[in-house]
Design a protein around this ligand. Structure first.
Ligand SMILES: Nc1ncnc2c1ncn2[C@@H]1O[C@H](COP(=O)(O)OP(=O)(O)OP(=O)(O)O)[C@@H](O)[C@H]1O
Length: 269
């Protein structure tokens, strides 16, 4: 059974159709990427899955349940976590507190327990604290636990955002441009880290990414959007050779030149 399934999802903003009747499926344990030129609708697609936007049309199913129109906190509680294109940490809070915020959605005690400082509350807080430190250790930030998020180097902030997302105990993690603004070495490390997340934790990962080396290196499947429409879907190898994709990225003449080169190559072989 698919872990995530979108059926004909559409989002219109006034006269503009940002996402147009997109069907999408993801199986558990998969790393999938959504690519496309600027303004293709990638983030809008993410925003619908995570409850930030309600689809104008279509339905979204996660783990067999209809999540269409659910609020972001409900979607998170059901097992979908995300990071953002522009890092959204609590800048003045410590790395540890940022992770604890993520953990909040899994805590069972209520404000009532908190006010009365009941033993069950104190115990749950201690456990959360320990788990948050473990998560920081996992993402390589254990020794920066007490540092304010804004003082961390950029690559570490991205890792912290992932740690906060992991704290919600997701089954599916959505990463919006996880390597944006990184140098080649940081990008390589992040790419390995994403693979590790899937391999160690059995997570399913959906990413938006502009760096084709990253996309082609780690994706099981790539979905291409252009002007809100899905124009191609397949393995990295298929996508790299797809004339419609090349055209969307490079323009028609480049696509024709590519197709010609390909035909020549096959003719020779
Ligand atoms: N809240 C909004 N109101 C109006 N238009 C919007 C809104 N959000 C997105 N759009 C428009 O929808 C289209 C798709 O935008 P979106 O941000 O989803 O694209 P994208 O593929 O993520 O682009 P990029 O790669 O530049 O981040 C764009 O034309 C954008 O201007």
């Amino acid at each position: 059974m698919a872990l995530l399934e979108a059926r004909g999802i559409t989002k219109r903003f006034g006269g503009l159709t940002a996402v147009d009747s997109v069907d999408f499926e993801m199986e558990p344990g998969m790393i999938a990427s959504v690519i496309g030129p600027n303004g293709a609708g990638k983030t809008t697609f993410f925003n619908m899955i995570t409850g930030f936007y309600r689809p104008t049309e279509g339905r979204i199913f996660f783990d067999g349940k209809d999540i269409t129109g659910k609020r972001p906190n409900q979607v998170t509680a059901m097992g979908i976590a995300r990071t953002f294109q522009n890092i959204r940490l609590f800048a003045n809070m410590s790395a540890l507190d940022n992770v604890l915020v993520g953990m909040n959605c899994r805590m069972r005690q209520t404000w009532y327990h908190a006010i009365l400082r009941l033993p069950s509350m104190v115990q749950e807080e201690r456990q959360a604290h320990r788990k948050a430190l473990e998560l920081l250790e996992y993402v390589g930030l254990r020794d920066r636990a007490n540092e304010a998020a804004r003082n961390l180097p950029y690559g570490d902030q991205r890792r912290l955002e992932i740690a906060r997302a992991l704290a919600t105990e997701p089954k599916l993690l959505l990463l919006d441009e996880p390597t944006a603004g990184m140098n080649p070495n940081e990008t390589l490390q992040m790419t390995r880290f994403i693979q590790q997340l899937r391999d160690d934790l059995g997570l399913s990962i959906l990413l938006i990414e502009h760096d084709m080396k990253v996309v082609m290196g780690i994706s099981d499947r790539v979905t291409v959007l252009d002007y809100g429409k899905k124009i191609a879907e397949g393995s990295p190898r298929d996508i790299q050779r797809n004339p419609r994709v090349i055209e969307a990225y490079l323009g028609r003449r480049a696509a024709e030149a590519f197709a010609q080169a390909h035909a020549d190559e096959e003719g020779e072989g």
